[in-house]
Design a protein around this ligand. Structure first.
Ligand SMILES: *Cc1c(COP(=O)(O)O)cnc(C)c1O
Length: 381
């Protein structure tokens, strides 16, 4: 029986191929470690596959730390970032003895030190540095510019490193960076490497030798032609770091990839409820909305949309594809050329594996979307 729409469909075979592509690229570098950024998609079935492939977890809340542990990620492969970690969240991470806190301010560092002392623990930390490097992506997903809330300003770095080295229950491991998301211009990562080289040079002058460098995530994927490019360009991505980042032999390099791991394996499957014609427009009103996939409404993101089961029509028309939610921003895309479309047609909104299901809400009292894999539903995607 074909499931009721809307639902998320995950191609687990593609996820496994993607993970194998990552493993192949980092195999020559035993000091490279990839942590999967769980906020991209925390579906337990995907987490299991990702964990089994040997990736660690990158968390941005205590809930994610707990979920990573529950999914079987070893605690010593879990890193935890976030500008606003609550005491309870810090305690959760301390109790599990995670690999590293990525610390974003002096007051946070002091609180972690205090809580660690109370728990009789030593908290390993990297300092998240705001490198003031511009990522050429949507302004809402740029994180590494001086004006962003994330990280410690370059100007304050030395002082904070020295503080971290003095605090009794803190073990200073190194530096963390994350400049943004959906970055497709490799020059942005080259600029990050150059900035990290400058920073390390400066720290060496003060006899500070970080053992960990964490360059965050952000590798982009192809939203326009997902079927032609189902796997992100991991070769070009890792090559940037092997070629441009100067590491000492004992340093480890950590990555936090989210979108590029899971985006292409997911599609949101939705049915056309009504085709509505107005004086100027033709709308295909579908049964999924911004409650299932908020990216188009939140950051004007574009997803490829096509019939999930090939249409019998050859003639095409243009449609604005919109959801049922009572918000004008509940639009998936405008003027999409589709074969003539009718009530009941099944559409696939592609590349929805990252920041799709994990951002779903119950606005308008809608239920959260169910999910199925390629082992349960047969779709020619
Ligand atoms: C969101 C996030 C990531 C993952 O970003 P992607 O663009 O999905 O790869 C990595 N690190 C941190 C700190 C993040 O907040």
């Amino acid at each position: 029986m074909f499931p009721e729409t809307p639902f998320y469909y995950y191609d687990t075979a593609l996820l496994r191929t993607t993970l194998a592509a990552i493993a192949k690229e980092i195999a020559p570098y035993p000091n490279y470690h990839v942590h999967y950024a769980m906020k991209a998609n925390a579906n337990p079935r995907l987490l299991e596959i990702i964990q089994q492939a040997g990736l660690g977890a990158d968390c941005v809340s205590g809930g994610e730390v707990q979920k990573a542990i529950d999914a079987g990620f070893p605690a010593d492969k879990i890193v935890y970032a976030g500008v606003g970690k609550s005491d309870r969240e810090i305690l959760t991470a301390l109790q599990h003895d995670i690999f590293c806190f990525n610390v974003e301010s002096i007051p946070e560092l002091e609180v972690i030190n205090e809580l660690a002392a109370r728990e009789g623990k030593i908290a390993r930390v990297c300092l998240r540095i705001n490198p003031d490097v511009e990522a050429h992506t949507h302004t809402h997903i740029i994180t590494g510019m001086a004006e962003n809330k994330f990280g410690i300003a370059l100007h304050d770095m030395l002082q904070v490193v020295q503080l971290a080295q003095q605090l009794s229950n803190i073990s200073f491991l190194g530096l963390h960076f994350h400049i943004g998301s959906q970055i497709t211009n490799m020059q942005d990562f080259v600029a990050l490497c150059q900035r990290i080289n400058e920073i390390q040079h400066l720290l060496h002058k003060h006899a500070i030798y970080p053992s960990v460098i964490n360059v965050g995530g952000g590798l982009g994927i192809d939203y326009q032609t997902p079927s032609e490019h189902p796997i992100a360009d991991f070769k070009a991505y890792f090559r940037v770091f092997t070629q441009h980042l100067h590491l000492r032999p004992e340093q480890s390099l950590h990555f936090e990839l989210g979108r590029s791991v899971v985006a292409q394996c997911g599609s949101l499957i939705t049915r056309v409820l009504y085709v509505k014609q107005t004086a100027t427009k033709q709308f295909a009103i579908v049964d999924a909305g911004m409650t299932e996939l908020i990216r188009p409404a939140l950051y004007q993101a574009k997803h490829k949309i096509h019939h999930a089961i090939p249409s019998l029509h050859h003639a095409t028309q243009r449609y604005d594809i919109v959801g049922p939610i009572c918000e004008s921003s509940d639009v998936f895309d405008k003027d999409v050329l589709l074969p003539i479309t009718q009530r009941g047609d099944l559409l696939a909104i592609r590349s929805a594996g990252a920041y799709g299901e994990s951002m779903a809400s119950t606005y308008n009292c809608r239920p959260l979307p169910p999910n199925y894999t390629d082992e349960e539903v047969d779709l020619p995607l």
